[in-house]
Ligand binder design. Structure first.
Ligand code: ATP
Length: 958
């Protein structure tokens, strides 16, 4: 080992120093790429073991050497680019031009102030953007991916960042490939490599050695970081991690700059640009009009700049971004991690939520409560995944299945391994267990056809794998069945994994008898398993024709109690049978029994369903489970559904409904059971065709198309596959339905706060522009100077406006209907309010300026009063904008502490502007008297009263 180490190290280090990553590139003669080497050479090269993986010490050593498996952040390029972006803005061009012209006019101080403002503006914009992006980036760490690895011969689950070159990674359908891997073995492995190649059809993989010159997209024996396993299983050795992977290469080329943009921010940015151009044109016209009046060019230029600076809503795009980022952070705190920013806007308009049952409405904590076999009913005691509990016969819950008259109708069922239970499993004669062979076989089959494991951890029990399967393991344990012994004697040779489409799982176990081809166990949805069965097992282990009606009515009785029911079946294969396949099993199996498990509804589910309904958001349950189980669980969480009334539909019902009637039927129903992923897709389409904005949950590989099609795709952080997470807009870190409701609520709040900011900021801009325009047109003295307008806009946007983004939810937020997606941000009522406040500001500022001058104040003092009036009105109006409908005094005064801090800071700023000589010099202001302040505050109060009256009239429907 030690002798080879330098060669491996130099190999990987060479790649690390080579930013092109050409180490795996075609034709790199000096450094053979892994796809061009047989597996054993890759194993030698990376000094690992294709079966046992690396041992823990070696992993620690390599981690110290190669670092963490994550993409490097190209911070520096990002900073330069982001700073540059701040300058690329029409307002900055205007200001820079103004700075240059003022230098020529000899107004050096003004020029300096304008330049300082440009700088401050750039810095504030930059900081806001960096913070918004940091908030979004931080979210990614909340949805960490894990990888299954072999370390020292043991299968382990580790965070993907912990992988090192040489690690042996195990993959299955639904996983995201965590690093670049050379495949060492695989079974029917298909991978979606669109993240890398853009090709969306999954590609089939194999192990063959490929020519060195094979391009990345054709390297069938490699798996690349960031791609998704859509089918099959495989194992591969890590050959590159982090920035050295092909994905890292792409990342580097793209500069990794992720713009914080959504349809709304883009729309607003476009709106701002159009407005800016229009305002610049207006300013130019005003300038020329002034000249035509015979005004001095210098004065006219100052006025035109003031008009432009005042009227352009420069803070708008940044404020929108910040509001979105704050909303996203709040959602993360409530365990909904936003993966795609635009969804925040969509959430507020969501009209229907289609949610899974298992794990979302329920806890996904399965406990088997009852068992049924063709010979009887059994109760299972105990709770959770602990082994405590007993299986005892119980009274039949419906007419007991009729035993035929003792005739042995066995057809093809022989006990594998002879008369005794194979592999040392407990015998039916076990004192603790009722004497029923079918019960034994059903429990053994459920535990053997099973991929879950349960481990004691502290005081509790930790489940690895599917809770449904774990529950079956527990039940077998309570019966004293030692499945490990059975598996040791009869190892698994083949399997058909459970899929939502197939709805059952099958395993083939080797037999100890040479004339036997092995034993097949099946477990799954009752209807599916029944399709495979011709026989059922009686209490003595003999077969007889299956009584479908009896099985179904037992299953229905259990499902009506809200229990999830799985059937078990088995068969002995004759020697020389073909490979395990569903068709091979059809009509040849023997039903052994039913397992019925309880999955408690989540505590908060019912309240959240009610909250959604009150908010005008429809809730629908979509599940792979039986319709009766689904209807009972739905009732428990407050969703009324009834098959007879057409409000509970099955997948088969959906297929039978003609396409033109489907949307209406889907809209009416609340429960959809035994639904396949393909049907989920049709369901979403049907809802959208009725104008719904639909949120849909999903966790499996095959849910990805439906998640993409939904307006809001939601995946499960705990139980979901990586494929589903990649396809979704939001990941629920706790899989809980209540979190979806919380996300909708936060989405609505983000929209509210955005609207509040816009309604608050627009009047100032309009009024500033108008005051100047009127002054120019009348040839009057400017009531406010350009630098003073800059002061107002820059300080109030940050100290006051941004604080609205922290505004808590309004009480009625979830009692109003969803926002129609095409409704403009500013409704007619809000537009009127914006115009009203603008008019009040213009009239107030104009009157005050004229009044001050007329009563003996200097022009500088009169302007200072006008500036203070603008800010005072903005402060008062800010409190009014905390709610778009309620009057300001109805809102909790300390509900938003940030706002109070902002007001104090702004007040300090105004006092400094008015009374400090430095600021007086910079901004051409002058100290004013108490009487002026009284007039300012009086006018501001009057304006607030007018807004309050407007609100009241609106509430009364005027
Ligand atoms: P939801 O879509 O609400 O999460 P679900 O978990 O019941 O519902 P699926 O996982 O598609 O949906 O399961 C559908 C049916 O398949 C179940 O009702 C059950 O009968 C059967 N089933 C579930 N898990 C397994 C499994 N691991 N092995 C065999 N059969 C299973």
């Amino acid at each position: 080992m030690a002798k080879r180490r330098p060669s491996r190290n130099s190999h990987v280090t060479a790649r690390q120093q080579d930013p092109s990553g050409s180490g795996t590139g075609p034709g790199d003669a000096g450094d053979p790429a892994h796809h061009g080497l047989p597996v054993h050479e890759v194993v030698l090269l990376l000094e690992t073991d294709a079966a046992r993986g690396l041992d823990q010490e070696e992993v620690a050593r390599r981690r110290a050497q190669f670092g963490v498996n994550e993409l490097p952040r190209s911070q520096r390029a990002g900073i330069a680019r982001k700073l540059g972006r701040q300058f690329n803005n029409p307002l900055v061009y205007v200001l820079l031009a103004a700075a240059v012209v003022t230098v020529f006019l000899g107004e050096f101080l003004d020029s300096a102030v304008i330049l300082a403002v440009v700088l401050v503006n750039t810095l504030i914009g930059f900081i806001q953007e960096v913070r918004a992006e940091a908030a979004l980036d931080a979210l990614h760490s909340l949805v960490r991916t894990h990888a299954a690895v072999m370390r020292g011969g043991e299968r382990k689950h580790v965070p993907s960042e912990d992988l090192v070159p040489g690690d042996l990674v195990l993959l299955e359908a639904g996983d995201k490939v965590p690093a670049d891997l050379r495949l060492v073995r695989l079974s029917a492995l298909r991978v979606d490599e669109s993240a890398l190649t853009g090709e969306s059809d999954p590609v089939a993989k194999d192990e063959v050695v490929l020519p060195q010159v094979t391009p990345v997209a054709d390297r069938r024996n490699m798996l690349y970081s960031g791609t998704l396993v859509t089918a099959g299983t495989g194992a591969g050795i890590v050959v590159a991690i982090g920035g050295e992977t092909e994905l890292g290469e792409i990342h580097r080329l793209m500069g990794a700059v992720r713009p914080v943009a959504t349809p709304l921010t883009l729309k607003l940015a476009r709106f701002s640009t159009t407005l800016t151009v229009a305002i610049l044109a207006l300013a130019a016209v005003a300038f020329l009009a002034g000249l035509a009046h015979g005004e001095r060019p210098g004065q006219m230029f100052t006025a035109a700049v003031a008009l432009a600076v005042g009227a352009i809503p420069e803070g708008l795009p940044a404020a929108v971004t910040v509001t979105l980022a704050i909303g996203v952070r709040r959602m993360a705190r409530r365990r909904a991690v936003v993966r795609r920013l635009p969804v925040v806007e969509t959430l507020g308009s969501t009209t229907v939520i289609c949610s899974d049952k298992t794990g979302t409405f329920t806890e996904n904590q399965m406990t088997i409560r009852a068992l049924w076999t063709p010979s009887g009913w059994y109760d299972v005691t105990g709770s959770g995944y602990g082994p405590e509990g007993h299986i005892t016969p119980s009274a039949p819950q419906h007419p007991a299945p009729q035993h035929p008259d003792g005739r042995n109708l066995a057809a093809g069922v022989t006990r594998p391994g002879g008369a005794a239970m194979p592999g040392g499993a407990a015998h039916p004669g076990d004192a603790a267990l009722p004497k029923d062979d079918a019960l034994q076989w059903s429990l053994l089959g459920g535990a053997a056809c099973n991929d879950a494991s349960i481990r004691r951890e502290g005081a509790g029990w930790q489940v690895r794998g599917d809770p449904t399967e774990a529950a079956m393991l527990v039940a077998a344990g309570k019966a004293g069945i030692k499945v490990q012994d059975f598996l040791a004697a009869n190892p698994r040779q083949a399997e058909l994994p459970f899929t939502s489409e197939r709805q059952f799982m099958a395993t083939l176990h080797a037999s100890t008898l040479p004339e036997d081809g092995g034993t097949v166990f099946v477990k799954g949805a009752v209807e599916r398993v029944l399709e495979l069965c011709a026989h059922e097992m009686d209490g003595q282990g003999a077969g007889r024709p299956v009584r479908r009606h009896a099985v179904l009515s037992a299953a229905h009785a259990l499902a009506d109690d809200g229990l999830r029911v799985l059937a078990t079946a088995m068969m002995s294969l004759p020697a020389g049978s073909g490979p395990l396949s569903a068709t091979e099993l059809r009509g040849r199996m023997t039903l052994t029994g039913l397992h019925a498990m309880h999955d408690p509804p989540r505590e908060a589910a019912a309240a959240s369903v009610k909250a959604c309904q009150r908010a005008g958001v429809g809730v629908k349950m979509i599940t792979g489970d039986h319709v009766r189980t689904a209807v009972t669980v739905a009732a428990a969480v407050g969703l009324a559904a009834d098959s007879a009334a057409g409000t509970a539909l099955t997948g088969a019902d959906l297929d039978a409904i003609p396409a033109d009637r489907l949307p209406e039927a889907v809209e009416r129903a609340t429960v959809f059971a035994r639904v396949s992923p393909e049907q989920k897709l049709r369901l979403i389409g049907a809802l959208q065709s009725r104008g719904h904005v639909a949120a849909m949950t999903g966790d499996g590989v095959n849910d990805a198309p439906a998640l993409r099609q939904a307006n809001v795709g939601i995946s499960m952080g705990r139980s979901g596959t990586e494929v589903a997470k990649e396809a979704s807009d939001i990941v629920l870190t706790d899989d809980d339905f209540a979190t979806i409701e919380a996300a909708v609520e936060e989405g609505r709040n983000v929209f509210d706060n955005l609207t509040k900011f816009i309604v608050w900021t627009l009047p100032t801009n309009m009024a500033e522009g108008l005051v100047i325009l009127v002054a120019i047109l009348l040839g009057a003295t400017l009531p406010i100077l350009p630098t003073q307008i800059l002061w107002i806009n820059m300080t109030t946007a940050v100290a006051l406006g941004l604080m609205l983004a922290f505004e808590p939810k309004e009480p009625g937020l979830m009692s109003r209907p969803p926002r129609p997606p095409d409704r403009p941000l500013l409704t007619w009522a809000l537009t009127v309010r914006v115009l009203l406040v603008s008019a009040l500001l213009v009239a107030g500022a104009w009157w005050l300026f004229e009044h001050e001058v007329a009563t003996g104040a200097s022009v500088a003092q009169a302007r200072t009063s006008a500036v203070n009036l603008f800010v005072a009105v903005e402060v008062f109006y800010l409190f009014s904008c905390r709610s778009l409908t309620r009057p300001a005094w109805r809102i909790h005064p300390f509900g938003n502490r940030w706002l109070l801090v902002g007001v104090l800071v702004q007040a300090g700023g105004q006092l400094a502007l008015t009374y400090t000589p430095l600021m007086n010099g910079l901004f051409h202001t002058a100290p004013i008297g108490a009487d002026a302040w009284l007039r300012i505050l009086g006018l501001a109060l009057l304006a607030s009263l007018a807004v309050a009256v407007d609100k009241r009239l609106r509430r009364r429907g005027f």
